[in-house]
Design a binder for this molecule. Structure first.
Ligand code: ATP
Ligand code: MG
Ligand code: FE
Length: 349
């Protein structure tokens, strides 16, 4: 089976054709970094307009690249949330129109489920259940993943997401947008020990996250004028990783993961592209008798292959109604992974 995936929840417009044997037949991605850079962050209206402009020709291009027609596709999977609502609407409505025109089922995919299952697209040996560390621009969570549509959230952030903390640190240091990769590059040249920074919630009983205090400390360190930017970047990255390791260790302990039959720790979402974080988690997983599964960098940040793959997983799990998800399904700005698996009708915008 082949699924066409469409992604438009933030500032990446993407389309991909993925087969159930895990082949990414063709894919395209257009980042809007240039359009948003002058504003230091994503401007929702600009994002929605850009998606509307590029998505349809991009889908035609991906089909052409694969030598396929819409008729050769078995289903159309589009991100239905969570995300910037204008952009999500553009991608979802595009998916609905294509589903109608081709008489193929629509699959409304939760963007976070795309991230969550991306590791299974690149690693066919990864079985359920597994422990998932989801670290992206808008989320920072630890979940027990038991199957498509089956998520139990163990921890979340009480303030900022991890990617948000990277982006805010980049902004403070004047590194521009997007921030994560820029902070990682600068940190490689700095001395993390040169700037003392806090580790919020380290050692606390619940495995939750907090990064707002760390960001404020970065701001104070910068304003003091006493530190080099590369040292601040290195210290921030180290503090953030220490927090993630401590919180993940807490979840691994309280969940008694091996007793529950889990053999893998999975990291997904944009921040999973951070090499220092991947290396640290790899080591940590090993000390807990688990292996770390981290998707290749291009599958960590937003893409449409993971949306198509989530659609394939949902079909295989019997979660897609015979004619597909209903065409009156609404785009949802918020949509927790551990709520009901299907998007509520009429509950969106
Ligand atoms: P969500 O998935 O929560 O809706 P999103 O889709 O905007 O949010 P992603 O595209 O998954 O987020 O991830 C983008 C985030 O990842 C940004 O905050 C970015 O700074 C961060 N990021 C990307 N690469 C790196 C890196 N190498 N190191 C640290 N952070 C990174
Ligand atoms: Mg982006
Ligand atoms: Fe994302």
């Amino acid at each position: 089976q082949v699924v066409l995936g469409i992604e438009s929840s933030c500032d990446e417009s993407a389309a991909a054709l993925v087969r159930s044997d895990r082949t990414i037949i063709a894919q395209a991605i257009a980042s809007q970094d240039e359009a948003h850079r002058p504003y230091g962050g994503v401007v929702p209206e600009i994002a929605a307009r850009a998606h509307a402009q590029v998505l349809t020709p991009m889908i035609a291009q991906v089909l052409a690249q694969a030598g396929m027609e819409l008729d050769d596709v078995d289903a159309i999977a589009a991100t239905a949330g969570p995300g910037l609502i204008g952009g999500v609407m553009v991608g979802l409505v595009t998916g609905k129109a294509l589903a109608m025109a081709s008489d193929r089922p629509l699959i409304a995919v939760n963007h976070l489920e795309g991230h969550a299952l991306s590791a299974r697209l690149c690693d066919e040996t990864l079985q359920f259940p597994f422990l998932l560390l989801l670290v992206s621009g808008g989320h920072c969570q630890i979940l027990a993943v038991h199957g498509p549509g089956q998520y139990r959230r163990l921890a979340t952030t009480i303030d900022d997401a991890l990617g948000e903390a990277f982006d805010k640190t980049a902004k403070i240091l004047g590194l521009g947008y997007p921030g994560g990769p820029a902070v990682e590059r600068l940190a490689a040249m700095g001395d993390a020990a040169a700037v003392p920074l806090p580790r919020p919630l380290k050692g606390s009983a619940e495995p939750h996250f907090s990064f707002a205090g760390l960001k404020s400390a970065v701001m104070r360190a910068h304003q003091s004028g006493e530190h080099l930017p590369e040292d601040i970047a290195a210290a921030f990255q180290q503090a953030a990783i220490d927090c993630v390791l401590d919180r993940t260790a807490r979840a691994l302990m309280t969940e008694r993961v091996t007793e529950r039959g889990m053999t893998a720790l999975v990291v997904a979402g944009g921040v999973a592209a951070n090499r220092r974080l991947r290396a640290a988690l790899d080591e940590q997983a090993a000390t807990h008798g688990l292996r770390l599964v981290a998707p290749p960098l291009a599958l960590c940040t937003d893409n449409a292959a993971m949306i198509a793959w989530a659609g394939l997983e949902r079909m295989a799990a019997g979660l897609v109604p015979p004619g597909g998800d209903r065409l009156d399904i609404m785009a949802r700005p918020r949509w927790p992974l551990d709520s009901d698996a299907a998007p509520a009708r009429g509950a969106g915008v």
